[in-house]
Write a protein that binds this ligand. Structure first.
Ligand code: SF4
Ligand code: SF4
Length: 369
């Protein structure tokens, strides 16, 4: 890459100094361009946008009710990797889980960020709304969100806890935990929130949304749940590496079996892939090394709003759903597998399972969302 591409050799030197090779950094920019649906011509532009951002805007990362798994996902992603680097150069001014400072000192850092404004606010964790159930430095978490949402230029809710409550909001939800979007509405704050559902967040989704903002000055197109369409427009099932087994009716019946060792479909083991929208099979985790189904576990549907209650009983088989493409028969895994042998358009039909089940087709309004 030449200096007149927009990125300086000085910055690439700094990248190497942080332990990430130029090659890996540019590879990351290429992968991000692909995620954003941009051609390779955008690679230098993405690199330049990241360099420019090294001077600002900063990121303020607030932690509320969660196990800090999203922060863990961030710091454990083959550190130091390009994705960490992006957040690093963006200057995470405040993240109380990983910052060295504490007490009054961090309050001052946060107050300064608010004074300067213009930061990207990343929120991890759900918001307890029952008084006294979620406090930071003597303040209700709801009030901490209110204080810091105002000066933000963009708000990203990362992980299922932040989007709709996730694990801490599971029934009976004694702390009355809600997601960021709902909390902002309750506070009367009108700001759009990008929801990155998953447990934990995929760091590549997060950095791609930030790069999109840096490059194009806007947030990506969102679905009706506030999730970027570029990551949440297809089901896990649409792109699953075990899909051929599903279509052929080859299922794992018990763990530890020969079928499991042959990598058969996990539908009968409770896989929620047909109902879950996310690009996990393509983007994967840990620098694209593996992901849930690749590692042998059924998808538990953590990318869907309303998780965990929505899919409680993670190893329970999905209840039967109508398959419009197969004449409205009740779909059990057996019927789908058998029907696939005679219905060549099974791919379309099965896609409809996810759509119907998640309310995208034949929902309350009867239309496609
Ligand atoms: S049911 Fe699950 S394991 Fe089977 S093909 Fe679909 S997503 Fe993959
Ligand atoms: S494959 Fe399923 S359970 Fe795994 S991260 Fe993706 S949505 Fe969540």
């Amino acid at each position: 890459m030449e200096e007149n591409d927009g990125i300086t050799g000085q910055f690439l030197d700094a990248v190497e100094f942080r332990g990430v090779s130029r090659r890996d950094f540019l590879k990351y920019c290429g992968a991000t361009a692909a995620l954003l649906g941009l051609s390779e011509l955008y690679v230098p532009k993405i690199a330049a946008a990241i360099e420019k951002a090294s001077k600002r805007p900063p990121v303020v990362w607030l932690n509320f009710a969660s196990d800090s798994g999203c922060t863990e996902a961030l710091i454990k992603a083959t550190y130091p990797g390009p994705a960490d680097l992006v957040l690093d150069v963006l200057s995470i001014d405040y993240n109380e889980t990983i910052m060295a400072a504490a007490g009054k000192q961090v309050d001052e850092i946060l107050a300064n960020s608010r004074k300067e404004g213009g930061y990207i606010l990343v929120v991890e964790g759900g918001i307890p709304t029952k008084k006294g159930h979620g406090m930071i430095g003597g303040k209700e978490m709801l009030d901490v969100l209110k204080e810091n949402a105002g000066p933000a230029v963009a708000i990203l809710a990362v992980g299922s806890c932040a989007t709709s409550g996730g694990v801490p909001a599971a029934s009976p939800n004694p702390s009355q935990i809600i997601g960021v979007n709902e909390a902002l509405k309750k506070l009367g704050i009108s700001k759009s929130v990008v929801n990155l559902d998953l447990c934990p967040v995929n760091v590549e989704y997060l950095t791609a949304v930030i790069v999109n903002y840096l490059l194009l000055g806007k947030l990506p197109e969102l679905d009706s749940y506030g999730r970027p369409l570029m990551f949440y427009s297809q089901t896990i099932h649409d792109n699953c590496e075990r899909r051929a087994h599903f279509d052929a009716g080859r299922f794992v019946e018990t763990f530890g079996s020969k079928e499991e060792s042959l990598g058969y479909c996990l539908y009968k083991m409770g896989c929620k892939g047909p109902m879950t929208y996310s690009a996990c099979p393509k983007v994967k985790y840990n620098s694209r090394i593996s992901w849930c189904i690749g590692a042998g576990g059924p998808c538990i549907g953590c990318a869907e709003p309303g998780w965990t209650d929505k899919f409680a009983g993670f190893y329970n088989r999905l209840p039967g759903v109508k398959i419009p493409g197969l004449g409205g028969v009740e779909a059990t895994a057996d019927k789908i597998g058998a029907a696939a042998a005679v219905v060549t358009a099974a791919g379309i039909a099965v896609h409809a399972i996810g759509s119907a089940a998640s309310g995208r087709i034949g929902g309350k309004d009867g239309g496609e969302k």
